[in-house]
Ligand binder design. Sequence first.
Ligand SMILES: [Zn+2]
Length: 210
Amino acid sequence: MNCYAFIGIQGSGKGTQAEQLSSTLHYQHINIGDLFRYHIKNNTQIGVKVQQIINRGELVPDDVVFELVEASIDKIAKGIVFDGFPRTIQQADFLLKHYSLLRVFYIELSETAAYNRIAARRVCPNCNENYNLKTQPPKIPETCDKCGSKLIIRQDDSPEAIHKRFKEFYNQTQPLKNFFETNNVLTIINGDLSVSQVFEQILALTTAKQ
Ligand SMILES: [Zn+2]
């Protein structure tokens, strides 16, 4: 099965790019974070298992991740775009061995730029609508367009939480980057460009392979 994968710091826009690529190529889009949340919410067998692991404060082991990925694949899909997978060398190795990995896109964005994007995010505590003071501001400052509630900063987006996630990202990503580079499947994309400019570059590299 042909597939693409994305790597990027939070705020790099990799989720948006992965979604656009999957819909343009008519590939299945597999977002590991969403999958976990879905299974936990619906109390599936694997969801219960994952919840117990998370409750113990442990990382979900690779074999559970593989089980989840394999179970989620649409066997008749034309291809897959992975988002949030792989996260470890073992996962990357699994991907190379079991799938035809066409390319891994690393959307590179400086920590400062990523921080500024995340720090501008706001959410409505009432209806959960998302805003970004820079790119998608509410019509009335700090007020939800939909329900008029005062917008807040998500707890996850506090400066301490952001810096902690950045640190985790670099620890995790450097080895992955080297691994994919060695296997000649890595392409680095400048994440400072606009969403459409980034997508144009990605698409140019994928359609050449179709
Ligand atoms: Zn609202």
